[in-house]
Design a protein around this ligand. Structure first.
Ligand code: SF4
Length: 388
């Protein structure tokens, strides 16, 4: 089983009913087809053309912008947020087309939760997520078989939202649940009511931070390296473990180090450090606050004017907060730029190309999860949503 992704760059609408409000193309002849020609579009023309295409599509298209998206793109988003919230918001609209300015697993999640008449578009198919790609379905199936070979371990799988549709489906099919960075503890508690051990995919750090905060000592956690037999563990170590941490990480959040916390504390006495739970355990231990993107926004927005914040998350979100909250000081925990390079692949040119093709009646870069994968992934998502 696996997600069937339509990678054809020009899946046409032939045979599909045309959206009622999509009119005959009002764009320049020749545009909307070949992406390469968009690379030559002058910057000053991009905004105007994106706005025009968006207006032409009207309610037929909804644009989603993840918090980590660049400003030139996110300013056109109808909704901003994290991947789950955005997928739910898009599914609650009448829009036929969901243009997801995020990364691949986010577009898959939107496709899992969408209404039957909706189609999801990822403006650049190369916008992946290094963390999601660290757990391939074949590796996870091998891991599961190896765990079964050790004995009756009663393992409940949990996968972070930041995983492929295939991993979400695996989790649903094997009695587990999805979690987000804000409800990971609640989902872990739910899992421990059903089994003795948790296999947490694909983020080692979120799993460790969550389990430790719940009182599980570090020596009851093991890391599963998919490139090694039994994940690099002995059968006894697996039997003794309560949480099995998949060896995966976010390339952005893993960059924050304890030395960065020490540096900002020295440079800015009284500074508050807030870190995303995808950061390393040592960094999270040293931080004053820990939270998801939404929680980071909420905490800093609600803080007293004049306060100073160092934030351990992606730079576009940090810079946006710094620009919006001018009565307090907001900076990145790391002075080198911590950017999500894959999300950064979605450029205004990609957004314009996707929108103008829709105006011309063509769906490009559609992300479509196959029915079986969707069914089981939805089971895993609904288990999480039932806990709220
Ligand atoms: S910030 Fe990290 S987890 Fe989020 S999309 Fe980028 S690589 Fe993936």
């Amino acid at each position: 089983m696996g997600a069937l992704i339509e990678t054809a760059k020009r899946a046409t609408l032939a045979g599909a009913p045309q959206p009622a409000t999509v009119r005959a193309p009002e764009i320049e002849p020749g545009v909307g087809c070949d992406f390469d020609s968009y690379l030559l579009t002058p910057d000053h023309a991009l905004d105007e053309r994106i706005a025009r295409a968006k207006a032409q599509l009207g309610r037929d298209a909804v644009i989603l912008g993840h918090h980590y998206q660049r400003d030139e793109v996110v300013k056109f988003a109808d909704f901003r947020g994290d991947s789950l919230k955005l997928s739910q918001q898009a599914a609650a609209t009448d829009a036929r087309f969901i243009v997801f300015c995020g990364v691949h697993f986010m577009a898959e999640s939107a496709d899992i939760l969408r209404q039957p008449h909706q189609q999801v578009i990822l403006p650049d198919l190369a916008a992946g997520c290094s963390m999601a790609d660290m757990a391939e379905i074949g590796q996870v199936e091998t891991c599961w078989a190896e765990l079964e070979s050790v004995g009756n371990l009663q393992v409940v799988p949990i996968t972070y939202m930041n995983s492929t549709a295939a991993i979400k489906a695996f989790t649903g099919e094997h009695g587990g649940s999805v979690c987000t960075s804000s409800n990971a503890a609640a989902v872990m508690r739910w899992a421990f009511e059903r089994g003795e051990r948790v296999l947490f995919l694909p983020d080692e750090h979120l799993a460790r931070n969550t389990a430790y905060k719940m009182g599980i000592p570090l020596d009851r956690m093991i890391v599963w390296d998919p490139d090694k037999d039994l994940g690099g563990n002995t059968a006894d170590a697996i039997r003794a473990a309560r949480v099995i941490l998949w060896k995966g990480y976010c390339s952005v959040h893993q960059r924050f180090l304890p030395a960065h916390v020490e540096r900002v504390r020295r440079a800015y006495p009284g500074i508050r450090v807030i870190a995303h739970p995808e950061c390393r355990w040592q960094v999270v231990q040293m931080a004053d606050d820990v939270g998801s993107t939404e929680q980071i926004i909420h905490t800093i927005t609600a803080a007293e004017p004049g306060s100073t914040w160092a934030v351990g998350t992606e730079i576009h979100l940090v810079n946006r907060l710094a620009k919006q909250l001018t009565d307090r000081r907001v900076m990145s925990l790391d002075t080198s730029v911590c950017v999500c390079t894959t999300m950064f692949r979605i450029t205004p040119q990609h957004l314009l190309w996707a929108l103008e093709n829709l105006v011309a009646g063509r769906v490009v870069n559609r992300i479509a999860v196959d029915d079986q994968t969707r069914q089981w992934a939805k089971v895993a998502l609904e288990r999480m949503l039932s806990l709220r």
